[in-house]
Design a protein around this ligand. Structure first.
Ligand code: 87F
Length: 561
């Protein structure tokens, strides 16, 4: 429900002491004047990626002989940039060296390597199971949209038109009519909905598809975050009543929250989009909003829209109700994309590499045997395999790295870079005493554990890591939410890389004015991220931070991706 309490947001409010209102200068600035520090803040905007940089790094990963062979000079493996020094470069290097993506010779398109695709599969498995519990069925509609279908609903395409990619030729021959590649599938699916829905007995209709879409973005592309082709699920449902549609909007939104918080350990804030930021073709848009502390930018995590009867009107999706009247359906559409993975990387990654939450890590524990004279060959291989089998027996995704061309320290760096949550070191003394050393990727903490306690302890640690990552991210995020009551405070908070919670009159012209006045010259202007469902009390007489008019809601503002 639009008014339900969101526990995530409650924490935010409490931890930020948001009920304390700071004094604002008693000037006319409530009506909005630019602040002197308005807008020159460096905000970690990414520079274009240097493809060669990544390739060079790859060559640096020189295998190093071990086990008595002559040793060449060891080359450094790892990131050359620190997260808080150049976030953009750090991220590009990380997703490449962490083997999440590779570059491709079509700008804005990336290869998802198995390490990241596996994370997508985990998200997909969870979400797919959950939406099926809600009665949603999967289907598949074509990649192409006719011009007629695409432009049938004007509001929806308007503004998006420059991003639509068109096929105009086959071989050397011009097509009679250009065909669009789907940027989203409302216009692909709804002509069929109009055909399939006849009576109230055909409702609700709930179809989802797992697919790719193409949006020819012109802004600087960033792997996972903004690419010209991406993977997502898009759910499209039709109901007899608005009430049923409303319920589903929130059920889906909560599943999206669970993907972020329970799987990716990324805290999100649930809310409703402003009129300016909602999906223009719909009635209202709900969202889960995440935050990247390093850049001070908010990021839309996923959206669940109530489309109202807009598309029903345009596509003539009607049914005969129980009173034998022909009426229009109520529709929703909702989507979650591979952007999820990028947000997780940005939030948890560190100077050593990826930090993967255990629930999505393709490998949760990596066993690294440490060879010595008395602990080598078959003895070592068998011991390592036995430890792996203990872990696997405990339901843990485990593997060992027994490659003899790399040294243990090289392997430590490698698996740290890849973000594996637990390292299991197995040296000759450990072997002799039937122990291993467990090392946490998130904290670096080490502990010795006996083999017969390993199954339980490793599982316990994985759960702790999962929980700690979310808690840490939530604390960091909460520390970056500032409650303000006037424009001056707003700009100060924004330029200190914060999200800003401000009382707002809810007028589009005011949001446009804020956008104009908060532009930092590097493409970073503030907008509303959402109006959180969990609202602070708004005392009678509270003024809009910008217009000075009576405030209607608390809105969460920020620079964003
Ligand atoms: C780009 C080009 C053409 C977004 C576009 O959010 C059309 C569009 O309709 C467009 N970019 N959108 C909005 C998508 C709305 C909605 N569709 C189903 C979702 C979730 C899944």
């Amino acid at each position: 429900m639009a008014t339900e309490a969101d526990p995530a947001m409650a924490t935010v409010v409490a931890e930020n002491g948001a009920n304390k209102v700071k004094a604002c200068p008693a000037t006319a600035e409530n009506a909005g004047e630019p602040n002197s520090d308005g807008g020159k803040k460096k905000d970690g905007k990414e520079k274009p990626k240097k493809k060669s940089g990544g390739e060079k790094k790859k060559q640096d990963q020189t295998p190093k002989a071990s086990g008595g062979k002559e040793v060449k000079k060891e080359t450094k493996l790892g990131l050359s940039v620190k997260k808080d020094e150049n976030f953009g470069e750090w991220y590009s290097e990380l997703v490449l060296l962490g083997e999440m993506i590779d570059y491709y010779d079509v700008s804005g398109c990336y290869i998802l390597r198995p390490w990241s695709y596996s994370i997508w599969e985990t998200i997909k498995d969870f979400l797919d199971t959950e939406i099926k519990k809600l009665g949603v069925e999967n289907g598949y509609f074509p990649l192409f949209v006719s011009q007629t279908a695409l432009t049938r609903e004007k509001d929806h395409v308007e503004g998006f038109a420059p991003e639509v990619a068109w096929v105009t030729k086959s071989g050397d021959t011009d097509l009679e009519m250009p065909i669009a590649v789907r940027p989203t599938s409302e216009t692909v699916m709804y002509p069929s909905y109009a055909k399939w829905i006849r009576s109230h007995r055909d409702l609700p209709l709930k179809i989802n598809q797992w697919n790719n879409v193409v949006r020819w973005e012109f802004k600087h592309p960033t792997p996972f975050i903004r690419s010209r082709e991406f993977l997502w699920q898009e759910g499209h449902t039709a109901f007899a009543t608005k009430e049923e549609a409303d319920v589903e909007v929130h059920q889906i939104l909560d599943l999206y929250r669970q993907v972020y918080e329970d799987y990716l350990a990324v805290p999100v804030i649930k809310g409703i989009k402003s009129e300016k930021e909602k999906f223009a073709g719909g009635l209202y848009t709900t969202t889960v909003e995440a935050f990247v502390p390093s850049t001070g930018r908010g990021i839309q995590g996923a959206t669940s829209h109530c489309l109202g009867q807009n598309f029903a009107k345009m596509f003539d999706i009607t049914f005969e109700n129980k009173d034998k009247e022909r009426v229009m359906v109520w529709q929703n559409s909702w989507g979650l994309t591979t952007r999820t993975i990028g947000v997780m990387v940005m939030v948890h990654g560190d100077d050593k590499g990826l930090v993967l939450p255990p629930k999505v890590a393709p490998v949760q524990a990596v066993v690294i045997p440490i060879p010595m004279k008395e602990f080598s060959g078959e003895v070592m291989m068998n011991a390592s395999a036995e430890v792996v089998s203990i872990l696997k027996g405990a339901g843990i995704r485990a593997k060992d790295d027994t490659r003899d061309v790399y040294t243990p320290p090289w392997k430590y760096n490698h698996w740290e870079l890849k973000g594996v949550p637990l390292r299991v070191e197995l040296g000759p003394r450990d072997f002799a005493s039937k122990k291993v050393v467990l090392v946490r990727r998130d904290t670096g903490e080490k502990e010795a554990v006996a083999w017969d306690k390993l199954a339980d302890r490793a599982n316990e640690l994985l759960q702790t890591i999962q929980k700690d990552l979310l808690e840490k991210a939530r604390k960091e995020r909460d520390a970056c939410i500032e409650k303000v009551s006037c424009w001056e405070e707003f700009m100060t908070a924004l330029n200190a890389k914060k999200m800003v919670l401000a009382p707002w009159c809810d007028e589009t012209e005011v949001e446009e004015e804020v956008k104009k006045m908060s532009a930092d010259g590097e493409g970073g202007a503030a907008k509303t991220l959402c109006m959180p469902f969990d609202q602070l009390p708004l005392p009678e007489g509270t003024k809009c931070f910008k217009s000075g008019k009576p405030a209607k809601r608390w809105a969460l503002w920020g620079r964003s991706y």
